[in-house]
Write a protein that binds this ligand. Structure first.
Ligand code: NDP
Length: 237
């Protein structure tokens, strides 16, 4: 399928997990994909060779580097901001610098990247940010900073949808529940508890999230903006 033939795509955080599945899907659908990574050079280079995409090292915690990467990759038809992580543990014990870094990667980077992408984006451009169902529901202690960061993306999409809508540019948040990746392996600690209250009692697959991203990035989704799209086996229902 060549749904994205001739389209220029940048995925921030594309070397592993959900981001890598998005790179694979959009490249297979014909897009010219560039993706960033932080530390996983080998995984990034392998993925680039496998998919014919371009891997570049850019730390999403570095605001100016993120802005420069988006600017220099433009004009983009599609921006996907996937890079993100959680810090677990007692909020009273956590290192404030680690929490600030989380906010830089999970909130500041999506904001600045989205604004920068929109400067050059043509009419009909697409911005997709990977949030989390934890932006809606946080059923366990020790992940407040992560919940804050993913809730913030909801305001980002609602607000920037208003700014960019007149140019036909959409911005949406995809909110996964537990997805089987290095960060949350299906057989890891986050299995019994969430599966207990989910309707589909398994982790999702990165490819399932990539499918939703591909739809939002495509021509059928031109009237969809400022919205949250949850893919979570009813984790948050
Ligand atoms: P992984 O840890 O498996 O992969 C994270 C990806 O993001 C890697 O490619 C990594 O690059 C990149 N990345 C992380 N930090 C940075 C950074 N500072 N700069 C550039 N790239 C970075 O995570 P997942 O695939 O599980 O998660 C991806 C997104 O989905 C995150 O935003 C996460 O919050 C969200 N999500 C995940 C869920 C899950 O259950 N897995 C559930 C809900 C949301 P590198 O390889 O170089 O480290």
């Amino acid at each position: 399928m060549a749904a994205f033939e001739g389209k220029s795509v940048l995925v921030l955080g594309g070397s592993r997990g959900i981001g890598a599945a998005i790179v694979r899907r959009l490249a297979a659908d014909g897009a010219a994909v560039t993706f960033t990574y932080a530390g996983s050079r080998e995984a990034a280079e392998q993925l680039a060779a496998e998919t014919g995409s371009t891997a570049v090292q850019t730390d999403s915690a570095d605001r100016d580097a993120v802005i420069a990467r988006v600017r220099d990759s433009g004009p983009l038809d599609v921006l996907v901001v996937n890079s993100g992580f959680a810090v677990f543990g007692d909020a009273l014990e956590q290192d404030p610098d680690a929490i600030d870094r989380l906010f830089r990667v999970n909130v500041h980077a999506p904001y600045h990247a989205s604004v920068e992408a929109a400067r050059q984006m043509p009419e009909g451009g697409r911005i997709i940010v990977i949030g989390s169902v934890n932006g809606d529901r946080m059923p366990v202690p020790g992940m407040a900073s992560y919940a804050v960061s993913k809730s913030a993306l909801q305001g980002l999409a609602r607000g920037l949808a208003r700014d960019f809508g007149p140019r036909g540019i959409t911005i949406n948040v995809v909110q996964p529940g537990p997805i089987d990746t290095d960060a949350n392996p299906e057989n890891g600690p986050m299995k019994e508890l969430p599966h207990g209250f989910m309707a589909i009692k398994r982790h999702g697959r990165p490819e399932e999230v990539a499918g939703m991203v591909a739809w939002l990035a495509g021509p059928e989704a031109g009237f969809v903006t400022g919205a949250m799209h949850t893919i979570d086996g009813a984790f948050g229902a």
